[in-house]
Design a binder for this molecule. Structure first.
Ligand SMILES: *Cc1c(COP(=O)(O)O)cnc(C)c1O
Length: 309
C-alpha cells in the first residue's frame, strides 16, 4: 500500500461515556473514554492506538522526502518498535530497529513479531545506546544504513506531537462541550504533549507516568513552550507500580474489575495504570464536583491479545 493522507481517513475512534459506580455519581463526575484502542489496521494490528497518531505525519514525511527505510530505537518490550515494524510492512518501508541491550534467546514476543514484520534488529550495548540522540552518532548510523528516516526512541518528535494534537478538537466535536480534565498514560510524554498543545489552556491535563522518569515532564515541557499553557498540566508519578513492566496484585485486581464492568481491555504497562489512577483520584476527591473527565485509551491491549497473554 502506498501511503497517502487518505490511508488514515477511514480511521475514527468513538467516545464512550462510562456509567460510574454510585459513590462517584453523587459527586456529579462524568467520565468519557476516547477509544483510541479501537484504532488499528487489521493487516498489521500492532500499528494501533496512539502509535497511529504519532506515526502518521512521520510516515507521510518519510514518503515525501523519498525515504525507503525507517530506523528507530527502543527497549526489547517497546510497543513503538512493534508499531514501526507493522507500519513499515503495511506501507512498504524497510524498517530497522536498534534495540537496547544484548541479543537474548528466545526472542520476546515484541521482537519476534517485529522480525516477522520484516524489521531488521540490531543490538546496542547500554553504553553506546546512550548516544542514540547524539548528532555524531546518528550520522554514523545514517551512513551505515543508507540515510534512513529517523524516528527517536518512543517515536516522540514534532510530527508525533502534531498528530496527537488533533485529539482535543476531535473529542470536543464528539462531546459538544469542553471537558474540565484530560487524563492519559505517559511513556515518553509525546502523546500528552500533543494533547496539551492542541488544547491550549482549555482543560487540565494529567499524564499518568508508566515509569518514574522525570524526563517525561521535561519532554512535555520541551514541546509546549508557550507560556500560557505551562500551568494546566502535570505528570503524576504516583501510579508507576514499581516500573515499566512490573505489576502488582492491586493493579491486577482493578484491571479485572474494570474489564468485567465495562468490557474494555487494559494492559498493565500503560492503560491499566492510567485508569487505576483516574479512579483512585476520583475516590480521593481530586476532582471537584461537576468535573467532566476525558480519559484517552491509548491502546496496547491489542498487543497483549496478539501475544496470547
Ligand atoms: C506507547 C504507548 C504509550 C506511551 O505514549 P507516549 O507518547 O510515549 O507517552 C501509552 N500507552 C500505550 C498503550 C502505548 O502503546
Amino acid at each position: 500500500m502506498i501511503i497517502s493522507p487518505e490511508s488514515f481517513s477511514h480511521l475514527s475512534s468513538p467516545l464512550q461515556k462510562l456509567p460510574l459506580p454510585p459513590e462517584f455519581e453523587e459527586k456529579a463526575l462524568a467520565l468519557y473514554v476516547k477509544r483510541d484502542d479501537l484504532l488499528f489496521f487489521p493487516q498489521a494490528p500492532e500499528f494501533c492506538g496512539n502509535k497511529i497518531r504519532k506515526l502518521k505525519y512521520n510516515l507521510l514525511a518519510a514518503r515525501e522526502t523519498g525515504k525507503d527505510t525507517l530506523l528507530t530505537f527502543g527497549g526489547a518490550f517497546s510497543n513503538h518498535i512493534a508499531a514501526v515494524a507493522a507500519a513499515g510492512q503495511l506501507f512498504g518501508f524497510k524498517t530497522i530497529g536498534i534495540i537496547r541491550g544484548e541479543y537474548t534467546e528466545p526472542l520476546n514476543p515484541t521482537l519476534l513479531l517485529a522480525g516477522q514484520r520484516g524489521m531488521t534488529l540490531h543490538y546496542l550495548d547500554r553504553q553506546n545506546y546512550r548516544r542514540r540522540n547524539d548528532p555524531g552518532f546518528q550520522s554514523e548510523i545514517s551512513d551505515r544504513f543508507g540515510q534512513p528516516y529517523f524516528l527517536p526512541e518512543g517515536g516522540t518528535n514534532d510530527l508525533a506531537v502534531q498528530g496527537a494534537a488533533e485529539l482535543p478538537e476531535e473529542v470536543e466535536r464528539q462531546l459538544g462541550f469542553t471537558p474540565t480534565h484530560w487524563c492519559l498514560a505517559a511513556g515518553t510524554g509525546g502523546t500528552m504533549a500533543g494533547i496539551v498543545k492542541g488544547l491550549g489552556a482549555r482543560s487540565q491535563v494529567i499524564g499518568v507516568a508508566a515509569v518514574k522518569d522525570p524526563g517525561i515532564t521535561d519532554t512535555v515541557w520541551s514541546f509546549v513552550s508557550e507560556k500560557e499553557i505551562q500551568s494546566n498540566w502535570r505528570v503524576n508519578y504516583d501510579y508507576t507500580f514499581g516500573g515499566y513492566a512490573k505489576t502488582q496484585p492491586e493493579l491486577q485486581a482493578f484491571m479485572e474489575w474494570f474489564e468485567a464492568a465495562y468490557a474494555i481491555q487494559l494492559e498493565p504497562i500503560y492503560t491499566g495504570k492510567a485508569f487505576y489512577a483516574v479512579f483512585d483520584l476520583m475516590k480521593k476527591g481530586y476532582f471537584s464536583a461537576g468535573s467532566r473527565i476525558v480519559m484517552v485509551h491509548t491502546g496496547g491491549a491489542r498487543l497483549r491479545q496478539g501475544f496470547g497473554g
